[in-house]
Design a binder for this molecule. Structure first.
Ligand code: ATP
Ligand code: MG
Length: 261
């Protein structure tokens, strides 16, 4: 299972093409086994979270990025929902406010990075500033093109300060996205989620793909790697992310501190 981490981490950056990654890959797992393994992973994660909190030295930052309907919400619910909410902080980054736009692009992000002992989850992130911003030319190229370097420096600083960074791109196919949009429209409980803007953005699939490839290529580093998670199958997505989380936390070799008595 630890192979999953190795398999999904982005290593060969120069040749990265998302079309070479199959969004419905399941690495040989079936749904039933995957659901059992997810339960096991969650049990392990709960214990590791407790240890992370007790140790109070390091923090975990999870970055979730995806096309619309890619499954960020579902991942948060299924993989991180069962953890102790006292130690998990989810931040959703939406269109920046005027106040936020008046500052550098990392200003609003930095305020939400996790402190020691905490797991921070970014539902969208500073990567939007080289994704939607690039696709829609929200700032000139000479501004956004420097941001990859700024992101790497920022993430290196966080990493040096004790933050373990994991970045997940939930990779779905164009077809799967359309099916999910249509399902939302058909389901009275999900209809409220359907958004005309999502259909508009869908027309720019190719531009978003290019923007993701550039971001993943330029910002997958040893200290803050990107993982490309095949996400057409939700059960595989949850298995993959929970496995990578468990492996990463286990590799920290955390210890309970001595008693203060
Ligand atoms: P949901 O699954 O509920 O639709 P969401 O993350 O798509 O969740 P929305 O409120 O639909 O949330 O959309 C947030 C929007 O904000 C996205 O279109 C995203 O691209 C945009 N956004 C986020 N950060 C920035 C940014 N820095 N600059 C411009 N737009 C941004
Ligand atoms: Mg949305």
């Amino acid at each position: 299972m630890s192979n999953l981490k190795n398999k999904l981490v982005v290593k060969n950056k120069t040749k990265l093409r998302l079309k070479d990654y199959d969004p419905s890959d399941n690495a040989g797992f079936n749904k039933e086994d995957a659901l059992n393994l997810l339960t096991e992973n969650i049990d392990k994660l709960k214990k590791l979270q407790y240890l992370l909190y007790a140790e109070n030295k390091r923090s975990i930052l999870v970055v979730l990025q995806a096309m619309d309907a890619g499954g960020k919400d579902g991942t948060i619910r299924h993989v991180f929902g069962p953890l102790n909410p006292q130690g998990v902080k989810v931040t959703s980054f939406k269109t920046p406010t005027e106040e936020e736009l008046g500052h550098d692009f990392l200003w609003r992000i930095h305020q939400h990075t996790p402190k020691a002992g905490e797991i921070g989850i970014f539902n969208r992130s500073h990567y939007e500033d080289v994704l939607i911003v690039k696709v829609h030319n929200l700032v000139p190229k000479k501004i956004w093109s420097k941001r990859y370097e700024h992101i790497n420096s920022f993430e290196k600083m966080l990493s040096d300060d004790g933050t373990i960074i994991l970045k997940f791109f939930l990779h779905i196919s164009e077809k799967e996205q359309l099916e999910r949009f249509n399902k939302r429209l058909e389901d009275p409980n999900k209809k409220w989620k359907a958004n005309p803007q999502d259909f508009e953005e869908r027309k720019r699939w190719k531009d978003y793909t290019d923007a993701y490839e550039a971001a993943i290529k330029q910002c997958s580093t040893s200290y803050a790697p990107w993982y490309i998670i095949p996400s057409d199958r939700k059960w595989f997505r949850n298995l993959a992310i929970s496995t990578i989380m468990v492996n990463t936390l286990e590799s920290l070799d955390m210890k309970f501190p001595d008693s203060k008595l």
